[in-house]
Structures are given as structure tokens and as C-alpha cells.
Design a protein around this ligand. Structure first.
Ligand SMILES: [Mg+2]
Length: 145
């Protein structure tokens, strides 16, 4: 498949079916500092809202447990945008169509968007918007680009 054909294929897939988009929590959408502080990655609410407006569904999942994801959802008032939260323990009744994660292994497994680890507060960070490029035109972000 040529690059153009592949892009078209992704576009058709993405336009024709609602996707279950699973976001990792730690170092993907959230930075937890050693003093116990939480910092949400910039653009999160806007990206979640855009995903929802496109007809897709947002889920959170994390190896830190479902409760952690639920706390993040409640703390930042995201309940209107997050459909559900899961533990990454492999026992979920629902699996992702694509993921946003700082772990390449899961991105390879499910497809989706690999983001850099969010390890320090950076208000200029725009990594989460890579997902919108992916959903809008099937453009696969280049790892390390
Ligand atoms: Mg992570």
C-alpha cells in the first residue's frame, strides 16, 4: 500500500466508525510531582472535547488502577468527556481501537499515537494534539519527529 493509499484507508476507517480512544494517565496526560502535586498536560480538555465532537469516545486506563483514573477525571472535571476508566490489568471487557500512550509497546499493539513522557511542567507542550492530526487526516505521527 502506498503512503497515499494508506492515508486514505485510515481516513475511511476513522470517518466511518466511532473509535474507542484510550488515554494512558501517568506521563501521558498527567505529571505527578514528588511533592504530591498533579499537573495536567496542556490541551487535554480541548483534545478530549474534539475527540468527542468527532463522534469518538474517550477512555482512561492506567497501570496505577481504575481508581487513580477516576480521581483524575473528577479532580479536573472531565466526567462529561470521559466515558469510562479502566485498569490496565488485561481483564477489561472493553479494548481500545487506538491508544495515546508514552509506552511504545502499547501503541504498537493497538495502534495510535506515541507521545513523549510528560515529566516536567511545560505549558508549551502540544503532544496531545498529535492525536487530532491522526484522527483528522490519518497522518501517523513520526516517532521522535
Ligand atoms: Mg504512562
Amino acid at each position: 500500500m502506498s503512503g497515499g493509499t494508506r492515508a486514505l484507508w485510515y481516513t475511511i476507517q476513522i470517518v466511518t466508525q466511532p473509535l474507542k480512544v484510550f488515554f494512558d494517565v501517568d506521563h501521558t496526560i498527567l505529571l505527578s510531582t514528588s511533592d504530591g502535586g498533579w499537573h495536567l498536560r496542556p490541551g487535554l480538555r480541548e483534545v478530549f472535547q474534539s475527540v468527542k465532537d468527532m463522534g469518538h469516545a474517550v477512555y482512561l486506563w492506567t497501570a496505577s488502577g481504575k481508581l487513580h483514573a477516576q480521581r483524575v477525571t473528577e479532580t479536573y472535571g472531565l466526567s462529561d468527556l470521559v466515558t469510562d476508566c479502566f485498569d490496565k490489568d488485561g481483564n477489561n471487557w472493553l479494548l481500545p481501537d487506538l491508544v495515546v500512550d508514552d509506552d511504545w509497546f502499547l501503541v504498537e499493539k493497538y495502534s495510535g499515537v506515541l507521545v513523549s513522557q510528560y515529566r516536567e511542567v511545560n505549558l508549551q507542550d502540544r503532544e496531545l494534539y498529535l492525536l487530532l492530526d491522526y484522527l483528522k487526516d490519518g497522518r501517523l505521527p513520526q516517532v521522535g519527529a
